[in-house]
Write a protein that binds this ligand. Structure first.
Ligand SMILES: Cc1ncc(C[n+]2csc(CCOP(=O)(O)OP(=O)(O)O)c2C)c(N)n1
Ligand SMILES: [Mg+2]
Length: 666
């Protein structure tokens, strides 16, 4: 913020920073676990940032035009908790800090979004935070293009450690940010030359500065313990046309008498002697959690410096004719109009009965979605024509041109998924992005974090089985559905046909407390579901074809529902009444009452599950007398119909399994 152009006094910054240091080391000591090294090392940098540059107001932590601060190196969580408490954020007390890392404290081992206002994202898995920040910075540019500098103009600051920048995801994130020229992104690298195993030289010889420059960043180096140098670097970053890396040369565990500068400072309680020595050196009171006189007041005053800026923003917003639109966009609300439009599409598709890959129907749905909503931002990790994620009514986002709604993420699945998380966290955007289901493994850590955080992100995963065909086992997911269903709070939906595809999108867009992962087929599937206003996919599972006096229930998902329908016909010809249950979403099904679940599953029938994936999870539904027809190995290369036959995924095999199960039971 420009009222703070004058460089700060070293002594004043150090005094403030030492409060962060004192709280951090005492909390770790008390918990007998945690990571003191980063908070002690980066305290001076963080103090300059929070006292001179960062735009925030603890009185309104969710103020939309605030700068975002991401502690990518989440192990240094005590730095963030100390900053939040000292600057006066609600939702955190000194008592919480004293109970750092205890189950009743919001001050968890690593920062968790939602625990305390001001924790912009959940970090800890190294590299995720910096990639989230790329998404936040991109979201800011997109909204800036729409609402202008008066309403949207803020920065995203990141503290990243050596580990953050060594992780592969950082490569994807850094290059994406450089390519897109995200000038409002500033990374403060804790350049301390230490990781857990010891000196960085054990595992790294590359030149980080050159690496960032090669990716299109502006770089600078500063002494992370010099208030003036940090101030100069941050000041220079303000008007950059490129994303900025500031290498902050620091001493890990700054102040600890014997551990400073060594890997011993990274984690663990330093012990009474180290702490006593550090407190003496830093002129801190010896008692645990005690602060120097006047320091809390000074920090609280710092916490009020954003108020005037926020007031000015509120003033501009009050006068703006875009205010209403901005509020609507930031609310994340889905207009009722969408339900109507999707209902019409559903009726149309049910009447037309397309024989098409669900990925193709998904594009049709998206065409409607992107026409009604203005907040969806799509993308793909270089599989746009295969994922069918780009619709004709949206245009590309390009460097310096952020008024589009489609991101070419490049072949960067992990970076894409984490950037989508960042966009969702920023607010004002509903991100969706695609790749092949088999490469969900490349996104998995970010998907998991989206689920932990409970944010609305839509992962589009096409080419969902051996139905991929000729590309062979490397491209044919078999274990992925099971692996993704195992992630708590992730809504995995594998629609059977065009009608369920519409319903799946409707669920995903309206689901605001967690990510959804939509699984679409490459190969054509017939439309089975008749028209009907009710979203049956939202039940998780339902009877799609009944049978009078059924002895057998065929449970299937996705493309195997039509296979089960054919098996049902075969069984019918042999006088065996079989019903078919489509199970597009297990986690939604689990939310039904036991009675409803029993009714859908057909409690007294023999159950046969059919899915072109591994068996894991299905036993819960088929019970001891059931059979599973699916994959028991990786797939194979060949035309997809031949591959299905090769692995015994045929209507005949399903019918035979049903007969065998019936015989064994009777
Ligand atoms: C993806 C991931 N791998 C491993 C870890 C465990 N871990 C935590 S910090 C760290 C590296 C420590 O070095 P650095 O990032 O430089 O942090 P510093 O010790 O300087 O604070 C590791 C391997 C992790 N948190 N995330
Ligand atoms: Mg380090």
């Amino acid at each position: 913020m420009d009222q703070d152009k004058a460089p700060p006094e070293q002594a004043e910054i150090r005094r403030l920073a030492n409060a962060l240091r004192g709280l951090s080391m005492d909390a770790v000591e008390q918990a007998k676990s945690g990571h003191p090294g980063l908070p002690l090392g980066m305290a001076d940098v963080a103090t300059v940032l929070f006292s001179r540059f960062l735009k925030y107001d603890p009185a309104d932590p969710a103020w939309p035009d605030r700068d975002r601060f991401v502690l990518s190196a989440g192990h240094g969580s005590m730095l963030l908790y100390s900053l939040l408490w000292l600057t006066g954020y609600p939702g955190i007390t000194l008592d919480n800090i004293k109970r750092f890392r205890q189950v009743d404290s919001p001050c968890a081992g690593h920062p968790e979004h939602g625990h305390i206002p001001g924790i912009e994202t959940t970090t800890g898995p190294l590299g995720q935070g910096i990639a989230n920040a790329v998404g936040m910075a991109l979201a800011e540019r997109i909204l800036n293009a729409r609402f202008g500098d008066d309403l949207v103009n803020h920065k995203t600051y990141v503290i990243a450690s050596d580990g953050d920048l060594m992780e592969g995801i950082s490569h994807e994130a850094i290059h994406l940010a450089g390519h897109l020229k995200l000038k409002n992104l500033v990374v403060l690298w804790d350049d301390n030359n230490i990781t857990i195993d010891g000196a960085l030289s054990l595992s790294e010889t590359g030149n980080m500065i050159e690496r960032f420059e090669a990716a299109g960043w502006r770089t600078t180096v500063c002494d992370g313990h010099s208030a003036q140098e940090v101030h100069r670097a941050l000041n220079d970053a303000q008007e950059s046309e490129l994303p900025v890396l500031i290498a902050c040369k620091t001493v890990i565990g700054f102040g600890l008498p014997t551990r400073a500068g060594t890997q011993k400072a990274h984690s663990d309680a330093p012990g009474a002697e180290e702490i006593a020595g550090a407190k003496k050196a830093l002129a801190l009171p010896p008692e645990p959690f005690a602060l120097q006189d006047g320091v809390l007041d000074a920090w609280r005053k710092i916490g009020t410096r954003g108020k005037a800026v926020r007031d000015a923003w509120n003033g501009r917003k009050a006068k703006s004719d875009k205010a209403k639109d901005l509020d609507a966009v930031l609310s994340g609300a889905i207009p009722a109009e969408l339900g109507k439009a999707l209902g019409e599409l559903k009726a149309k598709l049910a009447a037309e009965k397309p024989n098409a890959g669900t990925r193709r129907t998904s594009e049709k749905v998206l065409e409607v979605v992107n026409g009604v909503l203005t907040t969806t931002v799509g993308g793909s990790a270089d599989l746009t024509p295969s994922n069918n994620t780009k619709t004709k009514n949206i245009t590309d986002i390009k460097p310096d041109h952020y008024d589009g709604r489609y991101v070419h993420y490049g072949i960067r699945e992990h970076g894409m998924a984490a950037a989508m998380n960042g966009m969702a966290l920023h607010g004002g955007i509903i991100p969706y992005g695609g790749t092949f289901l088999v490469f969900s493994d490349y996104c998995r850590p970010a998907i998991r974090l989206a689920a932990i955080m409970g944010i609305r992100v839509v992962f589009v995963m096409t080419h969902d089985s051996i139905g991929v065909g000729e590309d062979g086992p490397t491209h044919q997911p078999v274990e992925h559905l099971a692996a993704l269903r195992a992630i708590p709070n992730l809504t995995v939906i594998r629609p059977a046909d065009a009608v369920e595809t519409v319903e799946a999108w409707e669920i995903a867009l309206n689901h605001t407390t967690g990510p959804s992962l939509l699984v679409f087929s490459r190969q054509d599937v017939p439309t089975i579901r008749p028209a009907g206003a009710e979203n049956l996919t939202a039940k998780g599972a339902y009877e799609i074809a009944g049978a009078e006096g059924a002895h057998v229930t065929l449970l299937a998902t996705g493309s195997e529902v039509s296979l089960a329908m054919q098996a049902r016909d075969l069984l019918g010809k042999d006088g065996i009444a079989a019903r078919v249950v489509s199970m597009p979403c297990w986690s939604l099904f689990e939310q039904l009452s036991e009675t409803d679940r029993d009714a859908v599953l057909g409690k007294h029938t023999v159950k046969i599950a059919v899915e072109a994936g591994v068996r894991e999870g299905w036993d819960r539904y088929i019970g001891p007398h059931g059979r599973f027809v699916g994959m028991h190995s990786f797939g194979a290369s060949g035309p997809y119909k031949d591959v299905y036959k090769h692995f015994g995924l045929t209507p005949e095999a399903v019918a035979a399994a049903a007969k065998e199960a019936l015989k064994a039971k009777n």
